[in-house]
Design a protein around this ligand. Structure first.
Ligand SMILES: [Zn+2]
Length: 182
């Protein structure tokens, strides 16, 4: 059975090319196992209706690098706007592929427990069974031993810190020397 195709592959197909306007058959093909395969020459004929830019091919191909986009275009002789801007910057790539620079290595070394603590408050988190939405951690730089307290309110941090301070200073029988927090 012959099928008259009414589907045009490609973005921004102009009104003169649509079957509704032209009444022309663009492609014809036969059904093969429930599908209508397009011969390669016909695909190029359909693609040639519109010439996408390099950045549009970059989007379509899943955001690969420029050399890969140009290689795919040239090896498959795909239509591409000649005046495409090769310097254009893709927002999605900038956001998704950017990396944070490494932190410089710290030269400070603790020689005993309680010399230096790192503290961090995290939240608001999904409410726990006990109704807590924040977490505060205290990490001993010397032993890396970590204490975590759950908080109902962020303002509970100072009370928790005093409880923690009393606990560890009694435990080690010495004072906390310094605390580092953001
Ligand atoms: Zn991209």
């Amino acid at each position: 059975m012959k099928l008259k195709f009414v589907t045009i592959i490609g973005p921004k197909v102009g009104p003169a090319s649509t079957p509704e306007n032209s009444k022309d058959t663009i492609l014809e093909g036969r059904c093969h196992k429930g599908l209508y395969p397009l011969p390669l020459a016909s695909i190029k004929q359909v693609f040639s209706v519109d010439k996408p830019s390099l950045s549009r091919w970059h989007d379509r191909l899943g955001h690969p690098s420029l050399p890969i986009v140009t290689r795919v275009i040239s090896s498959n002789t795909l239509p591409c706007l000649a005046e495409s801007n090769k310097e254009s910057v893709c927002d999605a790539c900038q956001q998704a592929k950017s990396h944070q620079l490494l932190y410089p290595r710290s030269s400070s070394v603790s020689s005993h427990p309680l010399e230096l603590f790192f503290s961090d408050v995290w939240g608001p988190a999904p409410c726990s069974v006990g109704g807590n939405k924040y977490y505060v951690s205290f990490i001993d730089d010397y032993s890396k031993f970590t204490w975590v307290y759950l908080l109902k309110f962020k303002s509970d941090v100072f009370q928790r810190f005093h409880e923690f301070q009393n606990l560890v200073e009694r435990l080690f029988d010495q004072k906390i020397v310094s605390m580092q927090t953001d």
